[in-house]
Design a protein around this ligand. Sequence first.
Ligand code: IPE
Ligand code: IPE
Ligand code: MG
Length: 245
Amino acid sequence: MAVPQIIPDKVPKHIAIIMDGNGRWAKQKGMPRVLGHRSGVKSVREVTEAAAQVGVEYLTLYAFSTENWNRPPAEVTALMSLLVETIKGEIRDLNKNGVRLLAIGDIEALPAGTYKALMDGIEKTKNNTRISLVLALNYSAKWEILHATRMLATQAAAGTLNPADIDEAAFENVLSTKGIPDPELLIRTSGETRISNFLLWQIAYAELYFTPVFWPDFGKEELLEAISDYQNRERRFGKTSEQLG
Ligand code: IPE
Ligand code: IPE
Ligand code: MG
Protein backbone atom coordinates (compact mmCIF):
# COMPACT_ATOMS: atom_id res chain seq x y z
CA MET A 1 0.00 0.00 0.00
CA ALA A 2 1.28 3.45 -0.89
CA VAL A 3 2.01 5.68 2.10
CA PRO A 4 -1.03 7.95 2.50
CA GLN A 5 -0.41 11.61 1.72
CA ILE A 6 -1.04 13.89 4.67
CA ILE A 7 -1.91 17.57 4.22
CA PRO A 8 0.14 19.23 7.00
CA ASP A 9 -2.29 22.06 7.77
CA LYS A 10 -5.31 19.74 7.99
CA VAL A 11 -3.95 17.36 10.61
CA PRO A 12 -6.38 16.95 13.55
CA LYS A 13 -5.16 18.58 16.73
CA HIS A 14 -6.67 15.79 18.77
CA ILE A 15 -7.21 12.14 17.83
CA ALA A 16 -9.01 9.75 20.17
CA ILE A 17 -8.72 5.99 19.75
CA ILE A 18 -10.77 3.10 21.11
CA MET A 19 -8.02 0.48 21.11
CA ASP A 20 -9.98 -2.70 20.57
CA GLY A 21 -9.34 -6.27 19.45
CA ASN A 22 -6.39 -7.33 21.60
CA GLY A 23 -8.20 -10.44 22.80
CA ARG A 24 -9.32 -11.55 19.35
CA TRP A 25 -5.86 -10.86 17.92
CA ALA A 26 -4.38 -13.23 20.52
CA LYS A 27 -7.11 -15.84 20.11
CA GLN A 28 -6.53 -15.91 16.38
CA LYS A 29 -2.92 -16.84 17.10
CA GLY A 30 -3.83 -19.42 19.73
CA MET A 31 -2.38 -17.24 22.48
CA PRO A 32 -3.87 -16.10 25.81
CA ARG A 33 -5.73 -12.76 25.72
CA VAL A 34 -3.16 -11.13 27.95
CA LEU A 35 -0.52 -11.54 25.24
CA GLY A 36 -2.79 -9.52 22.99
CA HIS A 37 -2.72 -6.70 25.54
CA ARG A 38 1.07 -6.96 25.74
CA SER A 39 1.35 -6.73 21.96
CA GLY A 40 -0.94 -3.70 22.06
CA VAL A 41 1.73 -1.72 23.91
CA LYS A 42 3.90 -1.74 20.79
CA SER A 43 1.03 -0.13 18.85
CA VAL A 44 0.69 2.54 21.53
CA ARG A 45 4.37 3.40 21.11
CA GLU A 46 4.26 3.42 17.32
CA VAL A 47 1.02 5.38 17.04
CA THR A 48 2.12 7.98 19.61
CA GLU A 49 5.36 8.61 17.71
CA ALA A 50 3.60 8.71 14.32
CA ALA A 51 0.98 11.12 15.67
CA ALA A 52 3.69 13.40 17.07
CA GLN A 53 5.58 13.29 13.77
CA VAL A 54 2.62 14.61 11.77
CA GLY A 55 1.82 17.30 14.33
CA VAL A 56 -1.07 15.86 16.34
CA GLU A 57 -1.11 17.69 19.69
CA TYR A 58 -3.32 15.38 21.74
CA LEU A 59 -3.74 11.63 21.44
CA THR A 60 -6.35 10.10 23.75
CA LEU A 61 -6.32 6.33 24.15
CA TYR A 62 -9.15 4.38 25.75
CA ALA A 63 -7.17 1.93 27.86
CA PHE A 64 -9.65 0.74 30.50
CA SER A 65 -13.35 1.48 30.82
CA THR A 66 -15.40 1.37 34.01
CA GLU A 67 -17.22 -1.55 32.36
CA ASN A 68 -13.93 -3.45 31.99
CA TRP A 69 -14.03 -4.23 35.74
CA ASN A 70 -16.60 -6.85 34.73
CA ARG A 71 -13.93 -8.95 33.00
CA PRO A 72 -12.49 -12.06 34.67
CA PRO A 73 -10.47 -10.92 37.71
CA ALA A 74 -7.26 -12.46 36.32
CA GLU A 75 -7.51 -10.35 33.16
CA VAL A 76 -8.22 -7.18 35.15
CA THR A 77 -5.21 -7.87 37.38
CA ALA A 78 -3.02 -8.55 34.35
CA LEU A 79 -4.15 -5.30 32.70
CA MET A 80 -3.42 -3.27 35.84
CA SER A 81 0.06 -4.84 36.15
CA LEU A 82 0.74 -4.22 32.48
CA LEU A 83 -0.19 -0.59 32.95
CA VAL A 84 2.15 -0.13 35.89
CA GLU A 85 4.97 -1.94 34.14
CA THR A 86 4.46 0.01 30.90
CA ILE A 87 4.25 3.43 32.50
CA LYS A 88 7.35 2.80 34.64
CA GLY A 89 9.25 1.35 31.69
CA GLU A 90 8.34 4.13 29.26
CA ILE A 91 9.02 7.28 31.29
CA ARG A 92 12.54 7.65 29.95
CA ASP A 93 11.39 7.31 26.30
CA LEU A 94 8.41 9.58 26.87
CA ASN A 95 10.83 12.26 28.04
CA LYS A 96 13.23 11.58 25.18
CA ASN A 97 10.36 11.92 22.68
CA GLY A 98 8.70 14.97 24.25
CA VAL A 99 5.54 13.14 25.29
CA ARG A 100 3.49 14.54 28.16
CA LEU A 101 1.37 11.93 29.90
CA LEU A 102 -2.13 12.88 31.09
CA ALA A 103 -5.06 10.82 32.35
CA ILE A 104 -8.83 11.11 32.30
CA GLY A 105 -11.37 9.03 34.20
CA ASP A 106 -11.99 8.08 37.81
CA ILE A 107 -8.28 7.51 38.37
CA GLU A 108 -8.39 7.89 42.14
CA ALA A 109 -10.45 4.69 42.25
CA LEU A 110 -7.72 2.67 40.49
CA PRO A 111 -5.73 0.17 42.55
CA ALA A 112 -3.14 2.06 44.65
CA GLY A 113 -0.13 0.76 42.70
CA THR A 114 -1.62 1.73 39.34
CA TYR A 115 -2.64 5.15 40.62
CA LYS A 116 0.83 5.77 42.01
CA ALA A 117 2.63 4.74 38.81
CA LEU A 118 0.28 6.90 36.78
CA MET A 119 0.72 9.99 38.96
CA ASP A 120 4.47 9.48 38.89
CA GLY A 121 4.44 9.24 35.08
CA ILE A 122 2.32 12.39 34.82
CA GLU A 123 4.61 14.30 37.19
CA LYS A 124 7.83 13.21 35.48
CA THR A 125 6.63 14.11 31.96
CA LYS A 126 4.74 17.30 32.77
CA ASN A 127 7.17 19.64 31.03
CA ASN A 128 7.09 17.86 27.65
CA THR A 129 5.41 19.78 24.85
CA ARG A 130 5.69 17.76 21.62
CA ILE A 131 2.49 15.76 22.14
CA SER A 132 0.13 15.00 25.02
CA LEU A 133 -0.78 11.35 25.47
CA VAL A 134 -4.04 11.16 27.37
CA LEU A 135 -4.85 7.77 28.87
CA ALA A 136 -8.52 7.11 29.56
CA LEU A 137 -8.40 4.88 32.62
CA ASN A 138 -11.34 3.71 34.66
CA TYR A 139 -13.13 6.04 32.29
CA SER A 140 -16.73 6.18 31.19
CA ALA A 141 -18.42 9.14 29.58
CA LYS A 142 -21.58 8.74 31.67
CA TRP A 143 -19.46 8.74 34.83
CA GLU A 144 -17.69 11.88 33.63
CA ILE A 145 -20.92 13.71 32.79
CA LEU A 146 -22.53 12.77 36.12
CA HIS A 147 -19.41 13.81 37.99
CA ALA A 148 -19.40 17.17 36.21
CA THR A 149 -23.10 17.66 36.91
CA ARG A 150 -22.58 16.93 40.58
CA MET A 151 -19.75 19.49 40.77
CA LEU A 152 -21.89 22.21 39.19
CA ALA A 153 -24.90 21.32 41.37
CA THR A 154 -22.71 21.53 44.48
CA GLN A 155 -21.51 25.00 43.48
CA ALA A 156 -25.06 26.10 42.72
CA ALA A 157 -26.34 24.77 46.05
CA ALA A 158 -23.52 26.61 47.84
CA GLY A 159 -24.55 29.82 46.09
CA THR A 160 -21.24 30.22 44.24
CA LEU A 161 -22.71 29.46 40.82
CA ASN A 162 -25.79 30.93 39.19
CA PRO A 163 -27.58 28.11 37.28
CA ALA A 164 -28.16 30.59 34.45
CA ASP A 165 -24.39 30.73 33.98
CA ILE A 166 -24.11 27.03 33.18
CA ASP A 167 -23.10 27.11 29.52
CA GLU A 168 -20.88 24.84 27.40
CA ALA A 169 -17.71 26.46 28.69
CA ALA A 170 -18.75 26.10 32.34
CA PHE A 171 -19.62 22.45 31.77
CA GLU A 172 -16.37 21.70 29.94
CA ASN A 173 -14.50 23.27 32.81
CA VAL A 174 -15.59 20.46 35.14
CA LEU A 175 -15.06 17.58 32.72
CA SER A 176 -11.90 15.50 33.10
CA THR A 177 -10.84 16.77 29.65
CA LYS A 178 -10.74 20.36 30.93
CA GLY A 179 -8.27 22.35 28.80
CA ILE A 180 -8.08 19.69 26.08
CA PRO A 181 -9.71 20.55 22.72
CA ASP A 182 -12.41 18.17 21.47
CA PRO A 183 -11.14 15.37 19.21
CA GLU A 184 -11.74 16.02 15.53
CA LEU A 185 -11.20 12.34 14.74
CA LEU A 186 -12.26 9.24 16.66
CA ILE A 187 -10.83 5.89 15.57
CA ARG A 188 -12.04 2.46 16.68
CA THR A 189 -10.13 -0.66 15.73
CA SER A 190 -11.32 -4.30 15.52
CA GLY A 191 -14.43 -3.80 13.40
CA GLU A 192 -16.82 -2.89 16.22
CA THR A 193 -18.92 0.13 15.32
CA ARG A 194 -19.93 1.41 18.74
CA ILE A 195 -18.72 4.07 21.16
CA SER A 196 -18.73 1.99 24.38
CA ASN A 197 -19.22 4.93 26.73
CA PHE A 198 -16.23 6.95 25.45
CA LEU A 199 -16.11 10.78 25.37
CA LEU A 200 -19.82 11.27 24.65
CA TRP A 201 -19.75 15.02 25.20
CA GLN A 202 -16.44 15.64 23.43
CA ILE A 203 -17.18 13.69 20.23
CA ALA A 204 -20.38 15.61 19.48
CA TYR A 205 -18.88 16.69 16.13
CA ALA A 206 -15.96 14.28 15.71
CA GLU A 207 -15.43 12.38 12.48
CA LEU A 208 -15.73 8.65 13.18
CA TYR A 209 -13.38 6.13 11.59
CA PHE A 210 -13.81 2.40 11.97
CA THR A 211 -11.27 -0.15 10.81
CA PRO A 212 -11.36 -3.96 11.01
CA VAL A 213 -7.66 -4.04 12.00
CA PHE A 214 -7.08 -5.38 15.53
CA TRP A 215 -5.23 -2.96 17.81
CA PRO A 216 -1.93 -4.95 17.95
CA ASP A 217 -1.78 -4.70 14.12
CA PHE A 218 -2.55 -0.96 14.07
CA GLY A 219 0.59 1.11 13.47
CA LYS A 220 1.92 4.18 11.71
CA GLU A 221 0.58 3.32 8.26
CA GLU A 222 -2.92 2.63 9.62
CA LEU A 223 -2.88 5.92 11.54
CA LEU A 224 -1.85 7.88 8.44
CA GLU A 225 -4.58 6.11 6.48
CA ALA A 226 -7.16 7.23 9.05
CA ILE A 227 -5.86 10.82 8.98
CA SER A 228 -5.91 10.81 5.20
CA ASP A 229 -9.53 9.58 5.22
CA TYR A 230 -10.40 12.34 7.69
CA GLN A 231 -8.78 14.94 5.44
CA ASN A 232 -11.03 13.93 2.57
CA ARG A 233 -14.21 14.60 4.51
CA GLU A 234 -16.24 17.77 4.44
CA ARG A 235 -16.92 19.03 7.96
CA ARG A 236 -20.00 21.15 7.59
CA PHE A 237 -21.06 21.89 11.19
CA GLY A 238 -24.66 22.37 10.12
CA LYS A 239 -23.91 24.60 7.13
CA THR A 240 -24.43 23.67 3.50
CA SER A 241 -21.62 22.52 1.29
CA GLU A 242 -21.97 25.70 -0.80
CA GLN A 243 -21.44 27.92 2.23
CA LEU A 244 -18.09 26.31 2.85
CA GLY A 245 -16.92 26.89 -0.73
C1 IPE B 1 -9.07 -3.86 23.95
O1 IPE B 1 -9.04 -5.17 23.51
C2 IPE B 1 -8.35 -3.65 25.26
C3 IPE B 1 -9.22 -3.39 26.41
C4 IPE B 1 -10.51 -3.25 26.39
C5 IPE B 1 -8.57 -3.31 27.70
P1 IPE B 1 -10.08 -6.25 24.03
O2 IPE B 1 -9.51 -6.91 25.23
O3 IPE B 1 -11.41 -5.65 24.21
O4 IPE B 1 -10.10 -7.28 22.82
P2 IPE B 1 -11.36 -8.03 22.24
O5 IPE B 1 -12.39 -7.01 21.92
O6 IPE B 1 -11.82 -8.98 23.28
O7 IPE B 1 -10.85 -8.71 21.02
C1 IPE C 1 -13.85 -0.48 24.98
O1 IPE C 1 -13.53 -1.76 24.53
C2 IPE C 1 -12.95 -0.07 26.10
C3 IPE C 1 -11.53 0.02 25.77
C4 IPE C 1 -11.02 -0.03 24.57
C5 IPE C 1 -10.67 0.25 26.89
P1 IPE C 1 -14.37 -3.02 25.00
O2 IPE C 1 -13.85 -4.17 24.23
O3 IPE C 1 -14.37 -3.14 26.46
O4 IPE C 1 -15.83 -2.62 24.50
P2 IPE C 1 -17.17 -3.46 24.34
O5 IPE C 1 -17.53 -3.95 25.69
O6 IPE C 1 -16.90 -4.57 23.39
O7 IPE C 1 -18.16 -2.49 23.80
MG1 MG D 1 -13.01 -5.42 23.01
